[in-house]
Design a protein around this ligand. Structure first.
Ligand code: AMP
Length: 422
């Protein structure tokens, strides 16, 4: 017997009963990004592995444990992208057309890949929407991306989410804070989990992000970054809070938000939905001022966010929100008799050429099963054509909501239907 294949673990098919939801979100995100005058960028789903190792960071879980890394036939080391920012920055450095003095506003949509333990809201292939602003140091840029994320979630109708913001300091004050953290956590070396022991060496801030209860307990009393920010970081963080208040965007300062990627500096933020369980981050982002230079470009600041479609869809389903209309054909054509079947394809073609969506049952079938199919298609109008009617140049039009039927001339078909649908 031939082998049956199974979908790879941590991935899923987007089936027709759900694919319109994805399209709805894609469209809503494009609309909001265009409302803010961002332009779309599409980068490859694989890049040189080194790009992510250098930017996301060699010591992060994403690079160390989760990256799909492989060699191509020429031995080049490549990786399926685990996130979008590194690729966008790579493209920004490579393409001078993107490097605008006034700042560059980009958005992207597409699949990302991380080899993590799958659970609800966490997959090995997942879909992100994201934005980046390159070239603007002013905290107004931070507020613009946060405002975009906020309006997007609001526009979808979501209400059960909160915005949490933090500043994780810059290359000046962050190392000082790291030292204070190392000093503090060194006292608890015996009780930290193994991952946190490694973090203590490489990236102590990430201990604040550990989900293990004993590590959470220990970090309760750890020094706060907010007491360790330098003047510029503090002023910028204050300004961001002022602007958010002015825009009536509710937020909470959470000094434990550190984000799992090395390139973040200063602002870090997440939109959280606590109804999502363990994977409660709907959307996350932050500032990455050193990244462009680190990837070979000029010293250009950056800020952005990314969010996952899957957690958004789960949240919207929890709140029983609409995903717009499922596409349904405007016309279902029922064909009775041999000659009618032969002419059917021409009628369908004419309807479709006129921009009227139409379908029929391709296999020969009884009127009963064609009617059933017409019902199932949920199209508002059904056309019924028999051999006799064809001889007389007419066709029956049935309104599926009222059940009323009328005969119309085949010559007038398109104009009558257009009028009925208008
Ligand atoms: P990150 O790049 O880790 O900051 O993630 C940004 C957003 O992408 C998260 O808030 C989630 O909505 C989504 N996301 C990240 N990793 C996954 C995953 N493995 N599965 C599904 N969604 C994810």
């Amino acid at each position: 017997m031939a082998e049956k294949y199974k979908i790879p673990r941590g991935t899923f098919d987007i089936l027709p009963q759900d694919s319109y939801k994805w399209e709805y979100i894609r469209k809503k995100f494009r609309d909001i990004a265009e409302l803010f005058n961002y332009r779309e960028i599409v980068t490859p789903i694989f890049e040189q592995a080194d790009l992510f190792e250098r930017s996301v960071g060699n010591s992060t879980d994403i690079v160390q444990k989760e990256m799909y890394k492989f060699c191509d036939k020429k031995g080049r080391s490549l990786a399926l992208r685990p996130e979008g920012t590194a690729s966008v920055v790579r493209s920004y450095v490579e393409n001078s057309s993107l490097q605008q003095e006034s700042g560059t506003k980009l958005f992207y949509l597409g699949p990302m890949f991380r080899y993590d333990r799958p659970q609800k809201g966490r997959y090995r292939q997942f879909y992100q929407y994201g934005v980046e602003i390159l070239g603007v140091k002013d905290p107004l840029a931070d507020v613009e991306v946060i405002a975009l994320g906020y309006l997007f979630l609001k526009d979808l109708g979501l209400s059960s989410f909160t915005l949490e913001i933090n500043s994780i300091g810059c290359s000046e004050c962050s190392p000082e804070y790291d030292k204070a953290l190392v000093k503090y956590f060194n006292r608890f070396k015996d009780s930290l989990c193994n991952d946190c022991l490694a973090r203590l060496e490489k990236n102590p801030k990430r201990i604040l992000d550990c989900k293990i209860p004993s590590c959470i307990d220990i970090s309760q009393e750890a020094p706060s970054i907010l007491d360790n920010l330098d003047e510029e970081c503090r002023l910028d963080f204050d300004k961001i809070q002022e602007y958010l208040t002015a825009l009536s965007i509710p937020f909470k300062v959470n000094s434990r938000i550190v984000r799992g990627l090395d390139y973040y500096q200063k602002t870090a933020f997440e939109f959280i939905n606590n109804n999502l369980g363990a994977q409660n981050a709907l959307l996350g982002g932050g500032r990455y001022d050193g990244l462009v230079a680190q990837l070979g470009g000029k010293d250009v600041p950056g800020i952005g966010f990314a969010g996952g479609f899957e957690r958004l869809i789960i949240s919207m389903e929890n709140e029983k929100l609409s995903f717009g209309k499922q596409p349904i054909p405007q016309i279902f054509l029922i064909l009775l008799g041999e000659t009618a079947r032969d002419s059917g394809i021409k009628i369908l073609h004419d309807l479709r050429k006129a921009g009227i969506s139409a379908d029929f049952l391709m296999k020969p079938a009884s009127i009963k099963s064609q009617m059933k199919q017409a019902d199932r298609s949920r199209s508002p109008l059904t056309l019924i054509l028999g051999d006799n009617e064809l001889d007389q140049g007419i066709i029956t039009l049935k309104n599926m909501n009222t059940g009323t039927q009328e005969s119309i001339s085949l010559n007038d078909l398109i104009s009558v239907i257009k009028e009925k649908l208008s």
